[in-house]
Ligand binder design. Sequence first.
Ligand SMILES: [Fe+2]
Ligand SMILES: [Fe+2]
Length: 192
Amino acid sequence: MASEIGPGATDVVAVLNSQHDRARAILAELHESVAVVAELTRDMAGPFRELVQLLVAHEAAEELVVYPTLKTELEEGRLAEARMAEEHEAKHLLARLEKMAPGFFDFPDALAEFETKVLAHAEREEQTVFPLLEQRLPPAERQEMAKNFLYVAAKAPSHAHAHSLESAVGNAVLGPVLATIDRVRDSTHPHS
Ligand SMILES: [Fe+2]
Ligand SMILES: [Fe+2]
């Protein structure tokens, strides 16, 4: 398993394992809180949808049936306008909540799915990729890779995007970083 080797590590496999362990630790930390949130949001989704349906229909019917009567028959125009202005504001807020709701309700399950996938991926890398690096590359090359890996990791974008690094967007994002690796190599190994 991975050792506690930080950025000072010289072997790329040690760096990779160290970051895998850190990711596992953060996911474990999130796991507990997200499980609690998942339970709460599951209880909230139904009532929220019911509330939206009820209020949207209620306000629409009030506006068409109650307030016109208040205005004309009862001649309470100012009162009607004041209450309708409140409804207008409430409708805006409700629309905003409705827009936020899918992300809010789906986040716990989406994170759980991500956790499962990324943990399995890390394990497969550790079982199938890292042993090859250790068996088939000389230590000096693994040290070189560690430097390049940490250099790229430090320059890489800090937000996920759905494009692969092979895509045009991926290349636009990381291309300049990758292009500088050779320059780093030259500066760190002027005689090689
Ligand atoms: Fe109302
Ligand atoms: Fe990995």
